[in-house]
Design a protein around this ligand. Structure first.
Ligand code: PLP
Length: 261
């Protein structure tokens, strides 16, 4: 039996809806063996982030080495990386172990406003990590911060996608969930040549905690299974749509999506 293996390099969400926990649950649901490198611990629940505790660099590097010297993730995703120093060390290890199918979810700020990436780390993300990416998965606010563009229409979305490809990613998918001016959610997938629009019904719910993590984890799982980028993005879109539709509604704030496939 062949075992599909994927690795997530991300932050822990004690509430279980986002970060490492969302990633591992999603990998499992999609039939992929999950491994994790924890970059930071957050004290968090559905009402917000109560604390952020980055892991020491030495501890992060050691986790990466433990995996790299023994296991063979076929796809790797990054989520919350927090600092420029962490980003540089992660980039170095991705190169050293020649990890392929790197999915970068450029996590920056939680929905409640807590900083998950320090401002000075943005440049390190652009110069050190994005050039290694097979695909980068920003939402609209993240795409604006990465490109410096104000994105208010589809043309500007295409311009942002072009800029992100120029930074060195092979593919980019800009997620449209934050644009509430339309009744559908429009995601844009770009491979440097062709723009593909993926449209889905907008679900009106407060329970969207961890949607970005879950989407990029599903995409990573599908890449680990050998799917093409286009297939993986479509499957991840279906997975996140169902996960939002069937949101668990637990906790008193923004509840998690439903990771059960
Ligand atoms: N906490 C961690 C550790 C994350 O990696 C993420 C990912 O974006 C979040 C929180 C964000 O959660 P939310 O979907 O509520 O913005």
């Amino acid at each position: 039996m062949s075992v599909y293996q994927a690795l997530t390099i991300a932050g822990s969400d004690s509430g279980g809806g986002a970060g490492i926990q969302a990633d591992l649950k999603t990998f499992q649901e999609l039939g992929v063996y999950g491994m994790s490198v924890i970059t930071a611990i957050t004290a968090q629940n559905t009402t917000g982030v109560q604390g952020v505790y980055p892991v020491e660099i030495e501890g992060i590097v050691q986790q990466l080495d433990s995996i790299g010297t023994d296991l063979q993730p076929r796809a790797v995703k990054t989520g919350m990386l927090f600092s420029a120093d962490i980003i540089r060390h992660v980039a170095e290890k991705v190169k050293q172990y020649q990890w392929q199918h790197l999915v970068i979810d450029p996590v920056m700020v939680a929905k409640g406003g807590s900083v998950l990436l320090q401002q000075e780390a943005l440049q390190a993300l652009i110069t050190d990590l994005i050039p290694l990416a097979e695909i980068i998965t920003p939402n609209l606010p993240e795409a604006e911060l990465l490109t410096g563009l104000a994105i208010t229409n589809l043309q500007q979305r295409e311009q942002a996608a072009r800029q992100l490809i120029e930074m060195g990613a092979t593919y980019v998918v800009i997620k449209g969930g934050h644009d509430t001016s339309t009744s559908t959610v429009i995601d844009l997938l770009y491979d440097g040549q062709r723009f593909d629009y993926l449209e889905s019904e907008r679900i009106d719910t407060p329970h969207t905690h961890g949607t970005g993590c879950t989407f990029s984890a599903a995409l990573t799982a599908e890449l680990a299974k050998g799917q093409s980028i286009h297939e993986a993005v479509h499957t991840a879109k279906q997975f996140i749509q169902a996960a939002i539709e069937d949101g668990l509604g637990i906790g008193s704030g923004h509840g998690p999506t439903n990771h059960f496939a």
